[in-house]
Write a protein that binds this ligand. Structure first.
Ligand SMILES: C[S@@+](CC[C@H](N)C(=O)[O-])C[C@H]1O[C@@H](n2cnc3c(N)ncnc32)[C@H](O)[C@@H]1O
Length: 422
């Protein structure tokens, strides 16, 4: 495609993303579905440019003010992630001159809000929690793309064998530092056609998500509920840990998300999983299981701010008021889900949020209302669940799992683990 035509297409994509009326990942997929003739490199340049605009929106909108022509084209020029010579082939003389001027600006001297690219309502709680130095490390880390992690399905393969099979196809990977199931790939190879993927030996899953499943420590023959199963990323890990025995319920209010679990289940070889669409957390199907379950994982709906590396639009789509609403919802789900546990059963509450309000505050409110649950220190649980005991302590704060993109190179995650008193 001619450079200018591709740049115009990119501006169109940027325009639609900046409406913030749908998640960026689904808008990008829809955009490409409707433009089947685009090649792999063109798609990569468009998607990376659009994601850079989302990551650095505050800075780029500030810099773009000085130019002429449509704002979305100027943003696409400043964020361009394809080759430099290709971009220059798309620009007119006036744009080339403007770009040179913008490139000469010393970005380090710009105000803080243009350097961290985070909305004010988010800056305050994060700065208070982390202190200045770590806050800036986090801001830098979430403005980078995330690595691609795989979870090896231990029902079908060993990690070292999958690593060797990937290597034989020219894909380098290293074992993830904390999860015993994970491999971190170099680059972003297309996996969908590889044998290890189609045969269900691996699934794409961030290392942090793997650690949440590990905290549940689901075992052979148990009754387990994945209360907010979604498309089943953690369900699949729990089912494999149960060695395809017992009964694993995958609950979710979204039938659309549960449908996405089906092809993954077929690849995984699991037959112990029962997907169930519930109407809400007080559904009769939840009530019927009260006092009968060994382990419940509540991977609660949350702001998703721990996944900003993959979903940079979330920081512009979420709000302080939205987070407060989520807190109430999370507590309601956790309360209902906890009733299903047998005495001695384990409850894991998890989010991919960075904010105390969705994490420690929910865990503390639950603990105060439920003296019949004892908090299990997450570092002990991790060490018991195959994580190197010397490292387990690096993953926790005040007895909770607390993962940060700038410290652990995973998405941001929180988890609290309790046991129902016998
Ligand atoms: C963080 S996502 C789950 C991700 C999933 N566990 C995974 O690993 O792929 C949260 C899920 O909670 C579901 N949800 C929202 N409200 C719920 C409720 N009241 N009861 C059960 N699930 C709910 C959402 O549909 C969403 O799929």
């Amino acid at each position: 495609m001619h450079p200018n035509a591709l740049l115009e297409l990119c501006a169109e994509l940027v325009d639609s993303l900046l409406l913030f009326d749908k998640p960026a990942d689904s808008l990008v997929s829809e955009f490409f579905r409707n433009r089947k003739t685009l090649g792999q490199r063109e798609r990569h340049a468009l998607a990376e440019t659009a994601y850079t605009v989302l990551r650095k929106r505050a800075l780029l909108q500030h810099l773009a003010q000085s130019g002429r022509g449509p704002m979305s084209r100027r943003l696409a020029i400043l964020a361009w992630a394809g080759s430099d010579s290709f971009l220059r082939g798309a620009l007119n003389d006036q744009e080339l001159h403007w770009l040179k001027q913008v490139e000469s600006i010393d970005r380090a001297k710009l105000p803080a809000k243009l350097r961290h690219n985070l909305p004010e309502w988010l800056v305050e709680p994060l700065q208070q929690r982390l202190g200045d130095e770590q806050f800036w490390q986090l801001a830098d880390a979430v403005n980078e793309a995330a690595p691609l992690d795989l979870r090896v399905n231990t029902l079908k393969a060993k990690r070292e064998d999958v690593q060797a099979a990937l290597e034989a196809k020219g894909f380098k990977s290293t074992p993830t530092p904390y999860s015993p199931w994970g491999l971190r790939l170099e680059g972003k190879p297309a996996l969908q056609k590889l044998d290890v993927f189609t045969s269900g030996q691996v699934e794409v899953q961030d290392e942090g998500s793997q650690l949440l499943s590990l905290l549940t420590e689901a075992k052979r023959g148990e009754m387990v509920v994945d209360f907010c199963a979604g498309a089943g990323g953690k369900t699949l890990a729990l089912g494999a840990a149960m060695r395809n025995t017992g009964r694993l319920y995958a609950f979710d209010v979204s039938g659309y998300r549960l449908d996405k679990l089906k092809p993954r289940l077929a690849r995984s070889g699991l037959s112990n999983v029962y997907p169930v669409q519930i109407s809400n957390e007080r559904d009769d199907r939840v009530k019927r299981l009260v006092g009968k379950i060994d382990r419940v994982l509540v991977d609660a709906p949350c702001s998703g701010l721990g996944t900003l590396r993959r979903n940079p639009d979330l920081k512009w789509r979420q709000s302080a008021a939205g987070v407060t609403e989520l807190h109430d919802k999370q507590l309601a789900i956790l309360n209902s889900a906890s009733r299903m546990l047998k005495p001695g059963g384990r409850l894991v509450y998890a989010t991919c949020s960075l904010l105390d309000e969705e994490n420690e505050a929910v865990a503390q409110a639950f603990a105060e209302a439920h003296p019949d649950f004892t908090l299990l220190p997450a570092q002990d649980v991790l060490a018991h669940a195959q994580v190197d005991p010397a490292q387990a302590g690096q993953l926790t704060e005040n007895g909770y799992l607390r993962l940060w993109p700038h410290r652990h190179q995973s998405d941001g995650f929180f988890a609290a683990v309790w046991e129902r008193k016998k």
